[in-house]
Design a protein around this ligand. Structure first.
Ligand SMILES: [Zn+2]
Length: 287
């Protein structure tokens, strides 16, 4: 069951428990914004029911990035086909890179993720593999300011990081920022298609936009403070320096990964650190 909890003035967060992903609902006057849409049609229908327990307002949908757990519920949520309500056709916003990936490579990615998840969770993999992908239709290049029922909200791209097309969502009247997977709490950051050499600068850009009390909703895990984001910036900076140094010496990725502080997350941390090294080497080798 998906349930929203108010974490700041009329800003609600719900946690999906399979991959522990956060979705955020910004409730305005007669209009609401949903940030991220979960992994498949079934989850999105549950999500719509949870939204309708908070507000009947038409939705503006945002994907923080193109990964399935943030974007594969788009079709159901945008069409409003969850709780017997009249159909709608909500706009779906994303960064241009995320939108292009979902539009041009969506079904290839869907197949790839289906195969990755199959061994761990057959039911989840099937649901993900069968869902209809709805690519975003409303595009952010650098930033877009929107009115969500009288509340100003800004969608902003700060540079490459967790993916090529991450967005943050700023809700200034609630002193809150939704960071997507640029920030991870309780788990290592994900590097499968990340830019580990660019990510620290992107996080520095995020830190610079936070006030002393700003609440930051990470892609996964508990709502965090600016100090947490600063600490994650420092950790990813150290990792990028480790990668740069090791690249010069032709270091074996697994051995380099073993020297990263992400190993504190156990096996998953080592796996992500190794991916970070491989991705970082690619980034350094690009002209
Ligand atoms: Zn992600």
């Amino acid at each position: 069951m998906i349930t929203f909890t108010e974490v700041a003035d009329r800003v609600f967060v719900a946690v999906e428990l399979v991959v522990n992903v956060n979705v955020t609902l910004v409730n305005g006057d007669g209009r609401a914004m949903l940030v991220d849409t979960l992994s498949h049609d079934g989850q999105a229908r549950e999500l719509l029911t949870a939204i309708r327990s908070v507000t009947p307002a038409p939705l503006i949908v945002v994907n923080t990035h193109h990964h399935y757990d943030h974007a594969f519920g788009n079709a159901v949520v945008a069409a409003g086909t969850g709780g017997g309500e009249p159909p709608q056709d909500a706009p779906v916003w994303a960064h241009e890179e995320a939108a292009a990936l979902l539009r041009d490579k969506g079904t290839v990615l869907q197949r790839q993720w289906y195969e990755e998840i199959l061994a761990q969770d057959l039911e989840f993999a099937d649901a993900l593999g069968l869902c209809v992908i709805r690519p975003p239709d409303s595009i952010v290049h650098d930033e877009v300011s929107l009115d969500v029922g009288g509340r100003p909200v800004t969608l902003r791209h700060l540079g490459r990081g967790h993916t090529a097309g991450d967005l943050i969502v700023e809700v200034p009247d609630a002193d809150l920022v939704v960071a997507g997977d640029l920030v991870e709490e309780g788990a290592p950051p994900g590097f499968s298609d990340a830019y580990p050499m660019a990510w620290p600068d992107t996080l520095a850009g995020l830190v610079a936009r936070l006030g002393p009390q700003t609440k930051v909703v990470p892609g996964h895990g508990a709502v965090v403070s600016p100090e947490f984001v600063r600490a994650q910036h420092d950790e990813l900076s150290k990792l990028s320096w480790l990668i740069r140094e090791a690249h010069g010496d032709g270091g074996d990725p697994l051995k380099v990964a073993a020297r990263s502080s992400l190993t504190r997350f156990g096996e998953r941390g080592v796996k992500e650190a190794r991916l970070a090294v491989l991705r970082g080497y690619e980034e350094l080798e690009q002209p």
